[in-house]
Design a protein around this ligand. Structure first.
Ligand code: SF4
Length: 422
């Protein structure tokens, strides 16, 4: 079994909004092994994308990673930082939350890279695709030629206003170097863009959605990252192009041996791509394990509910069995100190009135579940009366209702064939 390349421990990310504190990611822990494909799946609003952004340090204000450790395995970096930041180094691992932001920034692109949900809004429309990939190549080359501790201090003159104006006056200046242009073309070829030399000089609007997603993968691979975070990489694509992009990602992962973390609401993508998976709900990872653990031997009722809402080709005409009710508010002052899934859970018991903690389901501790059912059986504790969840005093529980005021129902949010999600 390969070693962990990433250990996420107790990661919490909050957004400080006018309405109050939103606990988008709450005490999340998981490990990702070198060279594996790890999936994070859940409904819209479960905190998957924010988890991905937290890993690559791209959470923007009013959001903030408020606690947790991100242990990244890099022996060379650990040796570089050992003296100055001893508390952030443990053997070959560096806690990226315990080192200056400049170090984290320097790792972006070369150690971690990210593919975003919407390629059309991620490319600059005023620059050719080739230029934008070449820029990523240049950043990676500069990073590789400097001591890691000084990488973030880039020479801003290379991107000054003067050089930008000059680049428009003299087209040959638009590529920072001929080498980076050639590498951009190579990368476009690697991701299957036809006529890459000509296509490199085209603008994003001249690409189809599928080609643009491939170009974004090329850009993300420019720095030859150890860990690629792919946030809903096929959401904006039609089904045939989705399959092509997933095949491409899978081939590239096998070819390069990089570790891939896929974030998706699509269980089909998880089943097709991943070795291990974490199921997210209301900012927490509620179940984690191998594909077999989660798809076949799952314990958490939410995992079972997600799988139950997947259409089955063998029972055409039958109705789906969605998870009833709505995703809870993640506003701190509205979150109760009990299992967040209790309002929707068909197995809620009195034992669920305390916040569940992770319980190991198997002997090696790889299959973990945040649910009392990891320890007791349904029925060992009395069921919950409705008034436990009665906010308005009329005796009605929040379960299995959709009044259109509290977010999406599971069937609106989780699909097996694509659709918008964050
Ligand atoms: S802790 Fe209780 S309410 Fe929560 S998912 Fe498990 S059984 Fe359901």
């Amino acid at each position: 079994m390969s070693e962990d390349v990433l250990r996420v421990e107790g990661l919490s990310t909050r957004f400080f909004t006018g309405e109050g504190q939103v606990n988008a990611v709450e005490d999340v822990s998981f490990r990702v092994r070198e060279g594996e494909v790890f999936g994070i799946v859940g409904e819209s609003g479960s905190g998957k994308s924010v988890t991905g952004l937290s890993l690559v340090d791209l959470v923007e204000s009013p959001g903030e990673v408020t606690s947790g450790k991100l242990w990244y395995r890099d022996a060379e970096l650990a040796a570089d930082l050992q003296q100055e930041f001893p508390a952030a180094v443990d053997g070959d691992y560096v806690d990226l939350r315990g080192v200056p932001e400049a170090v984290r920034t320097s790792l972006r692109g070369t150690s971690f890279s990210m593919i975003f949900q919407d390629p059309e809004s991620s490319f600059n429309p005023s620059l050719t695709v080739g230029e934008q990939i070449a820029e990523a190549v240049e950043v990676q080359q500069r990073a590789s030629s400097r001591p890691r501790s000084t990488r973030a201090r880039t020479d801003s003159s290379e991107y000054s206003l003067g050089s930008l104006i000059l680049s428009f006056a003299l087209p040959s200046r638009r590529y920072i170097s001929e080498e980076s242009r050639e590498r951009a073309v190579e990368l476009l070829e690697m991701v299957g863009i036809p006529d890459p030399v000509e296509r490199a000089d085209e603008y994003p609007h001249e690409y189809s959605g599928g080609m643009l997603q491939r170009a974004m993968i090329a850009q993300a691979l420019a720095g030859e990252p150890d860990v690629l975070v792919a946030d809903e990489p096929t959401t904006a694509l039609d089904v045939t192009i989705q399959a092509q992009v997933l095949d491409l990602l899978s081939d590239l992962q096998k070819e390069t041996g990089m570790t891939v973390l896929i974030i998706t609401h699509n269980l089909g993508v998880i089943a097709r791509m991943c070795d291990r998976v974490g199921v997210m709900y209301a900012g927490e990872i509620v179940e984690r394990g191998s594909l077999a653990d989660v798809f076949r031997d799952n314990v958490h009722p939410y995992t079972a509910g997600l799988l139950g809402s997947v259409p089955d080709l063998e029972s055409v005409g039958g109705s789906l069995d969605p998870v009833p009710g709505n995703v809870p508010s993640l506003l701190d002052h509205e979150m109760a100190d009990r299992c967040y899934f209790a309002d929707r859970c068909p197995k809620a018991m009195e034992a669920c009135l305390e916040r569940p903690h992770p319980r190991a389901v198997d002997d090696d501790g790889d299959h973990l579940v945040n649910c009392v059912l990891g320890e007791v059986s349904y029925g060992d504790s009395p069921p919950l009366p409705d008034e436990y969840f009665d906010d308005d005093g009329d005796g009605s529980s929040g379960a299995a209702t959709d009044d259109g005021e509290g977010g999406k129902t599971a069937e609106e949010s989780v699909s097996t064939d694509g659709g918008e999600s964050r």
